[in-house]
Structures are given as C-alpha cells and as structure tokens.
Design a protein around this ligand. Structure first.
Ligand code: NDP
Length: 349
C-alpha cells in the first residue's frame, strides 16, 4: 500500500527529494481488511497546500494545525472512491472528499451520521451532478475554492465598484478570488510572480496585474488604488504596501502569509505601519476556511460547480502524476513554480 511519509525535518525550504518520500513497505488485504463499521477507499488525488510546510515541524512546537510526526503518513485533503462499506451511509462506488491519510488505500472506520453532517473537516459524499473530473474536488471545488468563496463572501463584504487587491493571484485561491470579484462588479488589482502568470491573470479579467518581482508593489498600489479590500495570501512586505494604500473603511482578509513560511522565527517580517489601520478605519480579520463551511458550503456547492461547468469560471491547475512527485510538487508551490492549483493525481478519471 503506497503512502507518503514525512521523512526529514526541513530547515528553510524542504528538500524535494528527502523531506516527503514514498514508502511501499505496508501491505493491505483489500478483501479482508477489517472496516470497523467504516469504509475502505482508494485515493484518486491529493491536494498540495502551503499549510503543509507549517506542519513540517517538531510535534512539540504548537501551531495552527497538528505537526506531521516524523516517519508517519502525512494527511490532507483527498478525493477517493469507496471500494467496500460497512455503513449504510455510504455505498461502494460512491466518491468521497475530506481529510485522509495520503496513501493509496485507507480504511476510514466508524462513519456516523453526525460526522457526515459536520461540514468542516469531515468526509463528504460527492454527488458531482455536473460530471466534472473528480480531482477538481481537491482544488477549485474543495478547500482552495472554498477559501476564495468564503473570504470574498463574508469578511470582504464587497460592494460593486470597490477596489480589491489580491496577491498570489495566479495560485489556487487567488485565481478564483480574481474571477469571483470581477463577477461581483469589483475593480481587481492583482499581483503574481512571473510575466506568464501576469498574462494568465489578465485573461481571467483582472483590471490591473503586475509582477511583484519586477515592479514596485507600493508604487503599483498607489497608482491603481486606493484599496477597499485586500485579500492577503502572502503577508510580509506586500501586506505592508497594501496597508499604506488603503481606502477609508477598508477590509483586510488575512488568509495566508506564504512569504513567511520558510523563515526562521527571528526572520519574520515585522509590519511597521499597523497604526494606519486606525487612520483608515480599516478592519483586519483572519480567515480559516473550515470556520465558514456550515454557513456557506451548500451555497458553494450550488453555484461554483454550476458556473465551472457552464464555462463562467475558469480553472487553472498544475497536475503532478504519481505519488513520487510529492516533494518536488510541494517545493514548486512554495517557490512559485506552480500555475494554479497544485494537485497530485494518482489515477485519472
Ligand atoms: P498557491 O497556489 O497560490 O501557491 C502559492 C503561491 O505563493 C506560489 O505560486 C507563489 O506565487 C506565491 N509565493 C510564494 N512565495 C512568495 C513570496 N515570498 N511572496 C509572494 N508570493 C509568494 O497556494 P494557495 O492558493 O493554496 O494558498 C495561497 C495562500 O493562502 C497561502 O498563504 C496559504 O497558506 C493560504 N491559505 C489559507 C487558507 C485558510 O483557511 N486561511 C486556506 C487555503 C490557503 P508567485 O509566483 O505569484 O510568487
């Protein structure tokens, strides 16, 4: 039973060859493995996400989410097909999405109605009524898409004609924020890390897009702002530049700080201009995707797959085939070599 294990503690950027590795030593008897009232699933695709870097730390150091224990199978968002079931709630042949072990076959014991009803981290049985590829459920139809949707819907509180700035705009969350914001009548300023990404984000409808590696972010925001909504995916100097260019009553969605994830504790960028939040009467709020599922997941499932199937939304994804590409794929994501959502595909559907 192939699985991905956390093999080496990184200092700075993880080593793509040794930090996450594939282990083939476990075997599983698919016909007889006990299910304990649960299900046996075969994984089809795994999500690759920046927060995984935060989990690659010693278990005794507290974080937002549990650390990966060294030598053990990593976990994350996965889509899988059910091979056997001992619960009336799920049938063999159905597809499920949720937090699982990153291994080819997994037993998920004791599924109860309560767990299925909780929309945060629990397993969801997928209906896929628009017949989209199953792997989309670890991307635009999963946690990444939901992050964009919830953050724009609620914390941003957008009004048509307002200006939104989104960083990491060609990534998994960012490229959906761009499109949802345009659909709601906002002016969108976007930044990303290459000229190829700039062209792609422009093609998604953003009004002004710049390459933050070659342009001066503060000058771009000054010229095209002020900003009513900043959807922050990167933190650091970009957040500081955004705060310098806010409109009165601005909202800041603090969603991610990828520019800081590979730094040591003493290297973190210190934001120097927080007092401007007072001058601009601005609100800054943290977004954690799972908090909003109870309120918006049904609405998300009613609208985003429909709009994707109708071609109203475009999906950029960066697909890696095979578990052995996990280390390379994670590092690509952390340094910006990915275009759109990074997905590890085990089996195409
Ligand atoms: P992406 O697909 O956007 O990939 C990460 C991107 O970050 C890279 O492609 C790169 O793009 C950019 N990046 C890397 N280093 C830097 C840097 N130093 N400065 C600026 N940009 C950088 O990832 P996701 O869409 O999955 O995640 C985006 C952010 O949202 C992350 O911070 C993540 O942790 C956060 N997040 C938070 C969630 C929550 O619930 N709070 C849920 C999901 C994601 P480029 O080429 O443009 O530099």
């Amino acid at each position: 039973n192939q699985r991905i294990i956390f093999n080496e503690m990184p200092h700075g950027l993880p080593n793509p060859k040794t930090s996450l590795i594939v282990d083939n030593t476990l075997s599983i008897d698919l016909d007889n493995v006990p299910l304990e009232g649960g299900i046996l699933v075969k994984a089809l695709a795994f999500s690759l996400d920046p927060y995984m870097r935060n989990r690659m730390r010693p278990v005794d150091i507290q974080g937002d989410i549990d650390a990966f224990p060294l030598g053990e199978t990593i976990t994350g968002f996965s889509v899988a097909v059910v091979l056997r079931s001992e619960t009336p709630l799920i049938q063999a042949g159905q597809y499920v999405y949720g937090f699982m072990h990153y291994q080819r076959y997994s037993v998920i014991p004791s599924i109860d109605a309560n767990a299925l009803g909780m929309k945060g981290l629990s397993l969801q049985v997928l209906d896929n009524k628009y017949n989209l590829p199953w792997r989309y459920y670890v991307g635009i139809l999963g946690m990444s898409g939901q992050t964009a949707y919830y953050g724009l819907k609620d914390i941003s509180n957008p009004k048509p004609g307002e200006t939104l700035y989104i960083s990491a705009a060609c990534g998994a969350v960012g490229h959906l924020v761009v499109q949802l914001a345009k659909a709601q009548g906002l002016k969108v300023i976007a930044s990303c890390g290459s000229d190829q990404k700039v062209s792609l984000v422009k093609s998604l409808g953003a009004d002004h897009v710049f390459n933050y590696k070659t342009a001066d972010t503060a000058a771009e925001l000054k010229a095209h702002g002020p900003i009513d909504i900043y959807f922050d995916l990167v933190g650091g100097p970009t957040l500081e530049a955004a705060i310098n260019n806010l409109a009165c009553n601005a909202r800041l969605v603090i969603c991610g700080m990828i520019s800081q994830y590979n730094l040591g504790t003493n290297e973190a960028y210190g934001i120097r201009n927080l007092w401007l939040l007072n001058r601009y009467r601005a609100k800054m709020q943290g977004l954690v995707v799972i908090d909003w599922a109870d309120k918006y997941l049904d609405e998300f499932h009613d609208t985003v797959p429909r709009d994707l199937a109708a071609g109203k939304l475009k999906y950029l994804e960066h697909v890696y085939h095979g578990m052995d590409r996990v280390g390379e794929a994670l590092v690509d994501l952390l340094v910006g070599n990915n275009i759109g959502k990074s997905v590890l595909v085990l089996e195409d559907d």
